[in-house]
Design a protein around this ligand. Sequence first.
Ligand code: ASP
Length: 615
Amino acid sequence: MYRTHTCGALSIQEAGKTVTLAGWVQTIRKFGAITFVDLRDRYGITQLLFGEELNRELENNPLGREFVLQVTGTVKERSSKNPQLLTGDIEITVTSFTILNKSVTPPFTIQDDTDGGDDLRMKYRYLDLRRNVVKQNLELRYAVNRAARNYLHENGFMDIETPFLIKSTPEGARDFVVPSRMNEGQFYALPQSPQTFKQLLMVSGYDRYYQVVKCFRDEDLRADRQPEFTQIDCEMSFVEQEDILNMFEGLIKYIFKEVKGISYTDAVERMTWEEAMWQYGNDKPDIRFGMQMANLKFPAYTFPSKTPAIANGLPAGFKVFDEAETVVAIAVPGCSEYSRKQTDELTEWVKRPQIGMKGLAFIKCNADGTYKSSFDKFFTEEQLKAIAGAAQANAGDLILILAGAEERTRKAISELRLEMGKKLGLRKEDEFKLLWVLDFPLFEYSEEDNLTGGQAGRWVARHHPFTSPKPSDIATMISNSPVIKDAANYLAHPYANIKANAYDMVLNGNEIGGGSIRIFQRALQEKMFAALGMSHDEAIHKFGFLLGAFEYGAPPHGGIAFGFDRLCAILGGSESIRDFIAFPKNNSGRDVMLDAPSTIDDKQLDELSIILKDK
Ligand code: ASP
């Protein structure tokens, strides 16, 4: 038997017992004729005491960091206890030891605060994984996984595996493809998600399906994206949107409770996509704090049902505002006394290429009720007051105003709001706020894809092509041609206003899940493919199996998928999903430990009948 206990198990209750432990040498401290060793395993650290006699043996067989050591000894109460350690009340007086394996000196210290940089840690990820902080992340991941499975199991969901080698039907992201040796010149694709399979399972009658499953997307990697990532993927039959929202806010609340001990008793807030864009400039707003934006000026086509925040419109006279398509503002609480240096810094911040604004205007709402703005020359005090009213600013607030092109400006104010929220400590790590964003547009305009002759751009599915339109919008979809004749005015096309039966779950400003009620009739699905510019033949070639299945009694169904890695990162209070993946890829999609991707040899290429183009 290698061990009687783990390195995290022993306490004063075992004092006097003879035990055997096995683990890794964390530290070695020599004090004259005796040596202390901290022995580490997954469960904790136990202090070992090598007395004089064994110490001599150690001189012949010296220990080193990360050696694998087995010791037998007696549990003793420690004279100087360490309350930080689980086993801090005791130590083991070693009576015999065996070095099970040696280790070369690790390239970085195996400690919470390691001296290893990112690249080095990824190259030696198996050593990095020995660090307590990384281990805790994986434990959290496992706890989330377990909680999700428990909840779904309790609610009658069945875990059904779906294949990884499937057909390439790119729509959205690019597919990873796998050449088939047995079918020369043909390729499988790795699934971007099990979307069509879970829908087929609904057709087959498995009315509650789930899977914790890998998905593969060959996207350019932005920070915090991985080419392979994990979803908690779910689908249900005979449900309406409301059923799905209830079931899955239940799931997240259950995970909160099980993993973080948090009772999330509040109703999950809901907001339409339009309201989110209107109030926050963003379809995944962080609602831990207010600071909603005031829409001072915006193009009529964007929010047909809305009016500008100032009754008579934004006063004219300031060229920057006059010439801008969109002018939006937020009132930052308690910051009216910002110095010139601070407002200059904010101006630089919005001018950074990632934000891309030309400048920042501001109004200080002084405590005495007066106003001071960066554009005083052009506006009267009364006019500044009107803007302050629109932005719902109080005395003591600083109003920040951005002006420019609609999309960019809205995005920029949303980023600025988050930045100010962070500066003011309003984005508290231990506060969790869930939000459903509903009623997304069904289509998005894409000017790149020009599929059908004479068409200016085309529609792409905002979620995916299997998402059903709102029932009230189906008629609009069926009775209008999808062809966009006038690219500049695509928003005037009836398709631009069609809303989807789609929903996203947002946690603290992060999209953690998204899904939809699906189309389940062949005719509507065909119409959808056509709307996306797919010819009949193409639709049959790519999705004939699904269209066919819809003819054999497909039930109404819908589902959702949660980004498992991201959910773990947020629950773990981290910005990076990589910290929660045992063997992640780096920002260029490489596994630096395996050195993958890599070339394959000519024989392999030959077998696949692949000839590489000369570089
Ligand atoms: N398959 C979808 C996705 O990966 C989620 C869903 O609609 O259930 O985003």
